[in-house]
Design a protein around this ligand. Structure first.
Ligand code: SR1
Ligand code: MG
Length: 397
């Protein structure tokens, strides 16, 4: 299929990216620039442009199709506008935790931002055994602030309704609805798993009690516009080093259930808990506890200091809300574990394990842990419970 390009839009090449960034005045016309296309995600082009003095910038440009599949899967360029607008909204809330934004262009579907190549993609660093001591405190704070201030507890009702319109993101939501919720739990061409997992996967497809819980979670994703979500908060969307953390890639942003962002982060920590040796696992489990602790503490402080909702003074309401978010995040984490193991978009934490028996064993643990998290959402009321369930599943009980 040939994609009809919109007027004014052309996918950049390394040469045209250099030309564009000079025209925009970010570098001098005579600068000798080096440009590399470094995009390793599923959807976009990413150009790293640097001059002789090592000043560098990133141009991210949306392609009119999903790169991971090819031109047969057309995809809206509007996601670049969503990403730019999400960053503009997040910068005042969490300035230290998102990249600086230099320029956006709706027609060219691109964003020019701070170069973060002094940091690691957390998934890659985790796989190499790194630990990022501040990661979970930073992500807990990021979640609490971005979610509280776009929810009905921290955002004026009229403003929130306007934001909900601006962040209507139907095509990207459809990807999540299909790839996270529907497809992995049914026979679908988008699924992708080793033949050795067929029996395990078929048992999921036949498990009506599991599918009922997934149906409820999907319904929540479709209907609960609680706050402006990042929408794809996995460890490939986070850069970090020993001290700093930056969240990138919010093109899936929309108003959805708060537990979705939290659950995706939980699940991507759990991939590391599954694949790491026992000696290196503690830091991952401590991230799991710390991210919820920081989220809960920060959200609670904001509830008491920055609320715009009169009922936030009503006894028991905060506890109710936090309990719901936690329960949802457990269910969403379960879906993320399963879809990243047998669905279309995998994770290197699992696929990168070269030894096939260890890889398959890890994948079976991820599927079973996902299944149990979904089924036991109501019984898991703390991150300690989640750790206990992880240990049980890991032991094969
Ligand atoms: C076709 S897009 C596949 C996945 O990549 C993105 O990062 C999202 O996680 C999406 O589900
Ligand atoms: Mg992404």
């Amino acid at each position: 299929m040939t994609i009809a390009l919109k007027e004014g839009y052309q996918p950049l090449t390394e040469a045209t990216a250099i030309q564009l960034i000079k025209e925009l005045g970010y570098f001098h016309a005579h600068d000798q620039l080096r440009c590399r296309e470094i995009g390793d995600g599923n959807l976009n082009l990413v150009f790293h442009i640097q001059n002789e003095n090592d000043k560098a910038l990133i141009i991210k440009q949306a392609l009119p199709y999903a790169k991971v599949v090819g031109e047969s899967w057309p995809l809206t360029l509007h996601r670049a506008t969503i990403e730019g607008n999400y960053l503009k909204n997040a910068i005042p809330l969490v300035p230290e935790l998102v990249p600086q934004l230099h320029h956006t262009d709706e027609v060219k579907a691109l964003t020019i931002m701070e170069d973060l190549s002094h940091l690691d993609i957390v998934r890659t660093g985790f796989i190499a055994g790194k630990s990022y001591p501040n990661l979970s405190r930073h992500i807990g704070e990021y979640l609490a602030k971005t979610l509280f201030f776009t929810s009905d507890f921290g955002c004026n009702q009229q403003v929130k309704k306007g934001l909900q319109q601006a962040f209507s993101n139907p095509e990207l939501c459809k990807i999540t609805e299909d790839l996270v919720f529907s497809d992995p739990f049914h026979e679908s061409d988008t699924n992708d798993f080793e033949p050795e997992l067929k029996g395990t996967v078929e048992r999921l497809w036949q498990d009506d009690s599991l599918k009922l819980e997934v149906a409820k979670l999907k319904y929540k994703f479709l209907t609960h516009g609680e706050a402006l979500l990042h929408g794809d908060l996995h460890t490939g969307s986070i850069f970090a080093n020993e001290t700093d953390t930056k969240v990138i890639d919010p093109e899936f942003a929309f108003f959805g259930p708060i537990g979705f962002d939290i659950g995706q982060f939980f699940a991507n920590l759990l991939f590391q808990a599954i694949t790491r040796t026992e000696e290196n696992r503690d830091i991952i489990l401590s991230h799991l506890h710390q991210v919820w602790k920081t989220f809960e503490e920060t959200f609670t402080t904001l509830w008491h200091t920055s609320s715009v909702e009169t009922f936030t003074r009503t006894k028991g309401y905060l506890e109710y809300v936090l309990k719901e978010y936690f329960k949802d995040s457990i269910g969403f984490a379960g879906c993320e574990l399963i879809r990243r193991t047998i669905g279309l978009a995998h994770v290197a934490d699992l696929d990168g394990i070269e030894d096939s028996s260890r890889r398959l064993a890890s994948k079976k643990i991820a599927i079973e842990l996902g299944r149990q998290l979904i089924l036991q959402q109501s019984n898991i009321t703390s991150t300690k419970d989640m750790e206990r369930l992880f240990e049980k599943v890991k032991r094969g009980e």
